[in-house]
Design a protein around this ligand. Sequence first.
Ligand code: HPA
Length: 310
Amino acid sequence: MILNEIKCTYLTESLRTVSLLSLRYSYEECKATADWLLAQAPVRPLLGIVCGSGLGGLAEMLKDPLVIKYSDIPSFPRSTVHGHAGRLVFGTLKGTPCVCMQGRFHLYEGYPIQKTTMPMCVFKLMGVETVILTNAAGGLNPDFTVGDIMVIKDHINIPGFAGNNPLVGANDERFGERFPCMSDAYDRDLQQLAHAVAAELDYSAFMQDGVYSVLGGPSFETVAECKMLRFLGADAVGMSTVHEVIVARHCGMRVVALSLITNQAVMDYDSEKKANHEEVVQTGELRAQQMEKLVSTMVSRNIFPSNTPE
Ligand code: HPA
């Protein structure tokens, strides 16, 4: 990280403030991690995949996989969440060289925001051009039902409103510009492809598109918070993805993201329902195969003109 560790130990009490200033990984540090990974990877990945809660099965679809535990990767954070394996898997998916994160990093694990997004910088430096992200989310849109898959068309970065953005700190132009545009964060062609492929697979009945809002978690939202998010235009709420998307776009990778609606956010005080992590993981497992099929079929289409898919 740019801020050296010695300073950090003297400043443990004010780590939070420090992280807002400059706890970004340096280009060199990310490059060292990328080079370390490439030295053992069987492929040079063009595609990066991030698997959400209960959706790690996608990684099992990779051919000739090489699995590396996060704890073995220099400078890499570690996953602490149930339902997240904490492994990086290299291999080919439908002929496309790919790296897959089985488990991601969240703000609520206590990591500074730059640590949660560091893998995106490493993806970029390994040659990744497109990132597919999946997550579990609570449905805010009353037309959504549990088990729907939402193609994310936009996001609301609630922590960003309070200055918690992964790009805060000194900017390294080798990654990207100081003030990156986010109005085109989610690639429109890939969104269309997701819907077209879903139609072919006969999945249209449970496909949606919409706006994803991120909160820090780990507590689920109150009724008033859900109502506010809906009022702001959000269709789903979760605790991930947006920060990775911001960093991926900053360094010029294409992004497509899918939310599995694992529960209905509780919007009224008379409801007996309570959001809970078991339901999130269970719904993930129920729809996992279809989510995997959707992603792998998308990848089998020519999304990388330089690559010949199977
Ligand atoms: N809220 C926040 N994050 C979530 C939810 C939710 O209802 N469901 C899955 N992840």
